[in-house]
Design a protein around this ligand. Structure first.
Ligand SMILES: Nc1ncnc2c1ncn2[C@@H]1O[C@H](COP(=O)(O)OP(=O)(O)O)[C@@H](O)[C@H]1O
Ligand SMILES: [Mg+2]
Length: 311
């Protein structure tokens, strides 16, 4: 069995904030998005969104399939051109200096982009070379990160000998080699079993705790609730709510009363337990269930559908 990564030994290169972080905008936002629009021909994938990600934050994009999560990440990380709007990364406008902006970002796409013809180490070397890292620097960095992620014994094995969770870790190492300030993780745990998912959450939390700003997309509500400092709920290319999970829940009403009306389950939300209890008493709802409101309730309230719904 491989051990869990040891966060104490990692150097993400970000705790020692030097010249790279000097240009974070005054209010400490490492990403600033203004009116971002992305169209594919006539199809509007991202429909005028604006938001910021704070330095050191673990920010989540929660939304159903087709909501525009991947497109947003691809726009910010310069993997696709934006149609209109502005994206600042570490204070740099990606439209003006894409090469410089890229230095601050690492991306792990949903479809893992490791080269299957190469070993894990060869994949890492190829990423390091893409970012212009010299031999000594890349060897040290590969050793350090592989150790941190418990990947040592897999380094010289072919990509396909690893399970999905370990491939994802290898992809994270590749994306972290050049010490990006922000790491994008597009649906990092989709397709992983629950154990692999929890291990990856651990990795993401530890990475964030050592100073890396993380932007992740997910359609797993639990993932957003467990991991993220703030969550942007995205649907039809628009951000329909953005706050901490707790605030999103409080805004909806932190207590939920669930009862059957005919064939239908009806959900009502209340700010306090006493209000919910009063409602049950006043309406003689003997069979009602009173429970805490979840982020899933918030999502259903806002969108009228379950986050797992397919289009
Ligand atoms: N390359 C593309 N060409 C045309 N349409 C696309 C392309 N990529 C995404 N879309 C469309 O844009 C919308 C948003 O997709 P996407 O960003 O992948 O959503 P999510 O990641 O939330 O599932 C969807 O309707 C999708 O079909
Ligand atoms: Mg996607």
């Amino acid at each position: 069995m491989l051990g869990k990564p040891n966060c104490n030994s990692i150097n993400t290169g970000l705790v020692d904030t030097t010249s790279r972080s000097m240009s974070v905008s005054e209010n400490n936002d490492v990403i600033v998005i203004k009116d971002l629009v992305k169209k594919y021909d006539d199809k509007v994938a991202v429909d005028g969104i604006s938001f910021s990600v704070h330095d050191g934050e673990l920010f989540g994009f929660l939304g159903p399939n087709g909501a525009g999560k991947t497109t947003t990440v691809r726009c910010i990380s310069t993997l696709t051109n934006i149609t209109s709007g502005q994206v600042l990364v570490n204070g740099i406008d990606i439209a003006k200096d894409q090469t410089e902006a890229k230095k601050y970002m690492g991306v792990i796409q949903q479809q893992i982009s490791l080269d299957k013809d190469l070993t894990i180490r060869e994949n890492m070397i190829s990423h390091a070379m893409y970012h212009g890292m010299g031999k000594k620097e890349r060897e040290e960095r590969i050793a350090e990160l592989s150790d941190y992620f418990g990947l040592g014994e897999y380094l010289d094995k072919p990509v396909d000998s690893l399970s999905g969770g370990w491939k994802k870790r290898a992809a994270i190492v590749c994306a972290m080699l050049h010490q990006p300030k922000v790491l994008f993780l597009d649906e990092p745990t989709t397709g992983l079993d629950i154990n692999a998912r929890r291990l990856l959450w651990d990795v993401v939390k530890r990475l964030n705790s050592t100073g890396t700003t993380i932007v992740l997309t997910t359609h797993y509500i639990e993932e957003a609730q467990v991991l993220c400092d703030r969550v942007g709920i995205i649907d039809h290319g628009k951000i329909i709510a953005l706050d901490t999970p707790r605030e999103l829940i409080n805004r909806t009403g932190k207590m939920c009363v669930e009862n059957m009306e005919g064939e239908k389950t009806v959900y009502r939300y209340f700010p306090h337990m006493a209000d919910a209890q009063q409602y049950i008493t006043d309406n003689h709802l003997e069979d009602a269930i009173m429970r805490r409101t979840s982020l899933e309730d918030v999502f259903v309230e806002l969108t009228g559908k379950s986050v797992g719904d397919q289009r």
